[in-house]
Design a protein around this ligand. Structure first.
Ligand code: FES
Ligand code: FE
Length: 330
């Protein structure tokens, strides 16, 4: 368990904690983010709250309680906490008693967007990462996941940015053993992240036509734990993915994949999700086998080759951000 404070760049960012449809009116969800237990809940009028999962009276879990109207009622002594303010508004043992100021739960910022519930534990300096295709009617949009992994979240992002493993881990799906070559491509870093442009990979049937072809990927790591990919085809078919990784602990994460595609309307939502489930399962063994689990930011532990340039740029950017959580600093 980490005892150092969490880096502000992570603390002040937004993370996905649930699908919006999993948090129906009157429900409670227990979640863990950056080592902190949270309870997410929706009041009966739909107000969304993300609270520390601790009753300020005797420190039991609020997630053991119940939603009653606009309050969350603790299971232990029945005290009720109001959704908007977090203040205790009822103490059953003392009718009419006015609770003191500190009878208030710790509240966090929470927003619903793109069919997901996002939470920030700190003071957000930016909004939720934008996913423009989600708002474009030409695209059909689906959320896959959650994918819980006994793996470091930065390793999960790095795996998402890595195409050289396709022929070996996703054989005959995202690549073929006969053509593992990765040609040179360009990578750049700026204040908004890491961009890798036009990475070409041979795929046996990328558009469901039965034909193999070279496809081109653009990647953008826009936050330490959020990355975007765009797979273009000269015919105009386009697949975009937003890969959002929730850091549970330094060695545990939950990945979510938001998918927007402007082709293959005949594919059902469950088929789109089943495909991502299969790809994620294929990646999981390696992701859970990294030793060290933390991501090395120096070259002394792992060697690299030219096709690792996106990964190297990602590590360089994390170092520039001064990240200490989830990394080996050397
Ligand atoms: Fe929650 Fe007492 S511990 S009401
Ligand atoms: Fe993979």
């Amino acid at each position: 368990m980490r005892d150092k404070p969490i880096d502000p760049v992570l603390l002040n960012d937004w993370y996905v904690l649930a699908k919006a449809t999993d948090l129906t009116t009157g429900t409670l969800l227990l979640c863990r983010l950056l080592g902190k237990d949270l309870v997410l809940w929706r009041s009966e009028t739909g107000h969304l709250s993300a609270w520390e999962d601790r009753c300020p009276h005797r420190s039991v879990r609020l997630s053991l309680g119940n939603v009653v109207g606009e309050t969350l009622v603790c299971s232990y002594h029945g005290m009720a906490y109001q959704a908007v303010t977090g203040r205790c508004v009822n103490v059953p043992a003392h009718p009419g008693y006015v609770p003191p100021k500190q009878a208030c739960v710790q509240q966090y910022r929470v927003q619903e967007r793109y069919g997901l519930i996002y939470v920030c534990l700190g003071e957000p300096d930016r909004d939720i990462p934008r996913f423009p295709e989600w708002e474009d009617p030409a695209y059909r949009c689906t959320v896959a996941g959650p994918y819980a992994m006994r793996a470091n979240g930065l390793r999960a992002i790095e795996n998402f940015l890595d195409v050289a493993h396709f022929p070996f881990i996703h054989t005959n799906i995202l690549g073929v053993l006969e053509n593992p070559v990765i040609e040179d491509y360009t990578v750049s870093i700026d204040d908004h992240g890491v961009y890798a442009k036009d990475i070409c990979v041979w795929q046996p049937d990328p558009y469901g036509t039965g034909e193999g072809t070279q496809v081109s990927y653009d990647y953008w790591a826009m936050r330490p734990l959020t990355a975007y990919l765009r797979k273009n085809n000269p015919g105009g078919e386009c697949l975009t993915l937003m890969y959002s990784v929730t850091p549970v602990e330094e060695d545990q994460c939950i990945a979510w994949m938001s998918i927007a595609m402007n082709y293959a309307p005949e594919l059902s939502e469950s088929e789109v999700i089943a495909f991502q489930d299969m790809i994620t399962l294929q990646d999981l063994k390696n992701l859970e086998s990294h030793s060290p689990q933390l991501l090395p930011l120096t070259s002394s532990i792992e060697f690299s080759v030219p096709s690792d340039r996106t990964s190297l740029a990602y590590r360089k950017w994390l170092k520039q951000l001064g990240l200490t959580y989830g990394v080996l600093e050397g």
